[in-house]
Design a protein around this ligand. Sequence first.
Ligand code: 5GP
Ligand code: ZN
Length: 136
Amino acid sequence: MADCIFCKIIAGEIPASKVYEDDEILAFLDISQVTLGHTLVVPKKHFRNMLEMDGEAASQLFARIPDIARKVMKATGAKGMNIINNNEEIAGQSVFHTHVHLAPRYTENDDLKLTFVAHEPNFPALAELAEKISKA
Ligand code: 5GP
Ligand code: ZN
């Protein structure tokens, strides 16, 4: 897709530090390296984000992730990893070509800040929402 930076990387029009490639998928180091070894895994076909993908395309993408993630872990010696996918601007998406972040973790105080603020469970509301989602 014209003007998509990841399509340009896939086409070889701009450089990237590639760590894995096959006919459907490319993985390369994120330019910002939030943590050492921060890697992006992308489908070669352009999709705006996961919300636009069908099950088959998503399966191809996710099928590669465990092996690539283990390669990154092995090469970096990280202690853990966050695997993250952002969809739309409100969720932190800044490049609108589906990508999955592999962010190796070394210490709790590294440069990845990810906080889930828990709330007291409201079980009737949960049941109602689950019903609504299941019927959507
Ligand atoms: P998002 O915020 O959309 O989830 O993540 C986009 C990521 O793409 C960011 O972490 C950013 O550092 C990375 N990025 C943006 N432009 C480039 C680029 O030209 N090359 C590489 N390797 N990464 C990029
Ligand atoms: Zn693209």
